[in-house]
Design a protein around this ligand. Structure first.
Ligand code: ADP
Length: 489
């Protein structure tokens, strides 16, 4: 079945870049694969460096008028976009499942989650205001204003091809910025469908541009152009570091949402069944391909075996399959390279004496796509790659630590610091552990933390800046201070 056969609104299937309100075809083409069967579903043109320059020029021109549009009018247009996304949620979710394999119910959840940032930001954009200041200068008055930072370049990943765009663009547009978005080559279709809906919503030409193609070429323009004042990126820590270096040449603001290696701490007073449910929700969503996925389950020894048994019972029942099948729990990985990478991590753990409790093998041949079996490992050494690197697959390992000091040390023994989870009913432990671990977001007895109203982001090598809530909108503004002298009285 072709992509359009699956869509109610066939005009949401776009394969050209969207620049200055026009669909622009590119050179050659990048193939988009359905990871559930590795079939080519679309070919998207590469607009390259020239396309990126054209989009930056359009966004620069559009900024002059968009920044003057009242926040109330910007909110109205954003809410048009929000409503269109809701009306087309089924098709948008279909595109997500097709291009990156996500279980369709989760894809529908992503569309609604992504849209919630538009609604929140539309409202919050009306509340961007300054303060009056006390000054030491006689006869003077001081105040601050917040203004949109300008043109923002956005580079987004494939794991949330819809929501990672709205989570950046909604606050930026609400604040009065204009955007050039480079989606992941694996998932351009979701980005282009969002562009089509932004166009229908009445968002003016040049305000929201999507450029597809060669990542280093487009990224080079977005990070080096002096017309781009900020780069927002979600993706790997390695690419984040590179973009930060490139952005240094023009001292751009960078907002980076990078990798994670989330600890999931289970204390001996916790409800073990609820903790096991929490691991499943946190780890196996998007087949473990989220930066906030629980990677390392750190359990106190008294309850560790019971937790392993509870996890085994759940994980061994998870069904891998096509994201469109109604009984699928875990979809495919993004591509076969990801399957090989995950299998290498698991094989190394096995060779080094860890016990593979369940799973531990590729299902690619069996299921005909980029599948890996949901896997539980027990007794892996914390120095192994499966413990130290971001797994980005349906694999988790259980570690044991007794004292709070050892638990905190193990949890912090990583360059990452994005999300962490703690299961305990002891209020003292809640405070000591959440203060002791170095993470930007902590879920206590809660396996998912992200929402439009809350600050999403990490510390250490997990990133810079926050998305969501009032902080998400502030990121896209400059704080300006004004002093007025010669005031009588
Ligand atoms: P992953 O390995 O999960 O794909 P990446 O960090 O490589 O994560 O990709 C995230 C985003 O960064 C994608 O849109 C990708 O195309 C983009 N990207 C990768 N390399 C570069 C680069 N050198 N310059 C700009 N963007 C890049």
């Amino acid at each position: 079945m072709s992509v359009t056969d699956r869509l109610d609104d066939k005009s949401l299937f776009r394969t050209d870049s969207f620049i200055d309100g026009q669909w622009v075809s590119g050179e050659g083409g990048v193939e988009v694969l359905n990871p559930a069967n590795n079939a080519v579903i679309a070919t998207v043109g590469d607009v390259g460096e020239a396309g990126a320059r054209k989009a930056v020029a359009a966004a620069t021109r559009a900024f002059e008028s968009w920044k003057k549009v009242s926040p109330f009018e910007r909110a109205r247009l954003l809410m048009n976009w929000y409503k269109l996304i809701h009306e087309n949620a089924k098709d948008l979710a279909t595109l997500i499942t097709l291009e990156m394999g996500k279980v369709n119910k989760e894809a529908q959840g992503e569309v609604i989650y992504g849209a919630s940032f538009i609604e929140w930001s539309a409202e919050e954009g009306k509340r961007v205001h300054g303060e009056t200041l006390s000054t030491p200068f006689p006869g003077s008055r001081g105040w601050t204003i917040r203004q949109p930072i300008g043109v923002v370049g956005c580079i987004t990943p494939w794991n949330f091809p819809n929501a990672m765009i709205t989570r950046k663009c909604a606050p930026a547009l609400a604040a009065g910025c204009t955007m050039v978005i480079k989606p992941a080559p694996e998932t351009p279709l979701s980005a282009l469908a969002l562009a089509e809906l932004a166009r229908r919503a009445g968002i003016p030409d040049g305000v929201f541009n999507v450029v597809c193609g060669d990542a280093p070429a487009i990224g080079g323009v977005l990070t080096s152009s002096s017309d781009v004042r900020m780069v927002g990126f979600t993706g790997s820590t390695a690419v984040g570091k590179l973009l930060m270096k490139q952005a240094a040449s023009t001292v751009k603001r960078v907002a980076l949402e990078l990798g994670g290696n989330a600890p999931f701490i289970v204390m001996d007073d916790a409800d073990i069944e609820k903790a096991a449910d929490g691991v499943i929700a946190s780890k196996f969503r998007v087949s473990g391909q989220t930066c906030v996925s629980a990677n390392r389950i750190i359990a106190q020894p008294a309850i560790a075996d019971k937790l392993v048994a509870a996890l085994e019972a759940r994980i061994s029942k998870l069904k891998a399959g096509d994201g469109f099948a109604s009984d699928t729990d875990v979809g495919p990985l993004i591509h076969m390279t990801a399957v090989s990478r995950v299998d290498k991590l698991v094989s190394q753990a096995r060779e080094q004496g860890a016990r593979i409790v369940t799973g531990g093998k590729s299902l690619a041949d069996e299921l005909g796509g980029s599948f890996y079996a949901p896997t539980l490992i027990d007794g892996a050494d914390p120095s192994l790659d499966v413990s130290c690197s971001e797994i980005f697959g349906p694999v988790c390992s259980v570690y044991r630590a007794e004292s709070e000091a050892d638990i905190i040390k193990l949890a912090n023994d990583t360059p990452y610091g994005l999300a962490a989870y703690i299961y305990t009913n002891d209020v003292g432990r809640v405070h000591r552990l959440s203060e002791g671990i170095e993470y930007g977001m902590i879920g206590i007895n809660a396996p998912m933390v992200g929402a439009a109203s809350t600050p999403f982001g990490g510390v250490k090598e997990s990133g810079i800046g926050r998305e969501g809530g009032k902080w998400g909108v502030e990121e896209f503004t400059e704080l300006k201070y004004v002093l007025l002298g010669g005031v009588e009285g």
